[in-house]
Design a protein around this ligand. Structure first.
Ligand code: DGL
Length: 258
């Protein structure tokens, strides 16, 4: 097989990144690996996250990936430096889109929804420190949401009431925007709009990552010569059913993100 872009996530969240990559670069080949058997990563130790991410990334590289996209904010925060030191190929990660949210901010609160590990680690906190004084950023930790999305629950009462519970300590009136700092949460835009109203501004890091991948492929002359649609393979450590569900989400995502 011709070389491919390897995409990795702890589960089905990174399928949103895969879908945005395919939309931007349809002629490339892709292999996506979701480690649902070990999800959620966000409540594990940093060492465990490094070990699991390394195993998946090593496998993609051994199979011939030309670049690897870590389509998971948690794995990026915990393991990206380790991976970049270890492997010679470009490894691209995720960054919560706090900068654009702050740029557009007109004085309301910005809620960053992410896993406990992402919110705890230096990568996130030094980003917040650098942007200090530019607006009010609230950290909203939501570990159970990853588990619900992994079960395919992306709409309905259960997820709406859980999100309302997470936000119950905060003043919804003051909420101006939400930054989705976990790729699993990109499926929840509609639910968040039901709760906070159509006017809520929602940001995610996918565009930033896709643009970075494009730029790196060009800089390193790694863009495919292929002129037709490339191949897309989805694998999952838990089951074939998760592969099926991931493909369903992949196909539904463009509609979900509107
Ligand atoms: N998609 C992962 C992220 O972006 C979910 C983390 C988890 O497995 O807890 O953070």
């Amino acid at each position: 097989m011709e070389s491919f872009i390897g995409v990795f996530d702890s589960g089905m969240g990174g399928v949103t990144v895969l879908a945005d990559l395919v939309e931007a670069m349809p002629c490339e080949n892709y292999i996506f690996y979701g480690d649902s058997i070990n999800a959620p990563y966000g409540i594990k130790s940093q060492n465990d996250i490094i070990a699991l991410t390394d195993k998946a990334v090593e496998d993609l590289i051994d199979r011939g990936a030309k670049v690897v996209v870590v389509a998971c904010n948690t794995a990026t925060s915990a393991a990206i430096n380790y991976l970049r030191d270890k492997y010679p190929i470009p490894i691209i990660g995720m960054e919560p889109a706090i900068k654009p949210a702050l740029k557009d901010n007109v004085g309301g609160h910005i809620a960053v929804m992410a896993t406990p590990m992402t919110l705890k680690l230096d990568k996130f906190n030094s980003l917040i420190d650098r942007l200090k004084g530019k607006g009010k950023v609230l950290k909203i930790s939501s570990p159970k949401l990853v588990t619900l999305v992994e079960k395919g629950v992306i709409s309905g009462n259960e997820i709406e009431s859980y999100i309302m519970e997470i936000f119950s300590d905060y003043d919804a009136e003051k909420m101006e925007s939400i930054v989705l700092g976990c790729t699993h949460f990109l499926y929840l835009k509609r639910v968040l709009m039901n709760i906070f109203g159509e006017g809520i501004k929602i940001y995610d890091g996918n565009i930033g990552t896709v643009n970075r991948v494009k730029q790196i492929l060009m800089e390193k002359s790694l863009v495919t010569d292929n002129q037709t649609k490339g191949s897309i393979r989805i694998e999952n450590s838990l089951s074939d059913d998760m592969v099926k569900q991931s493909f369903e989400l992949f196909n539904k995502y463009q509609e979900l993100k509107r």
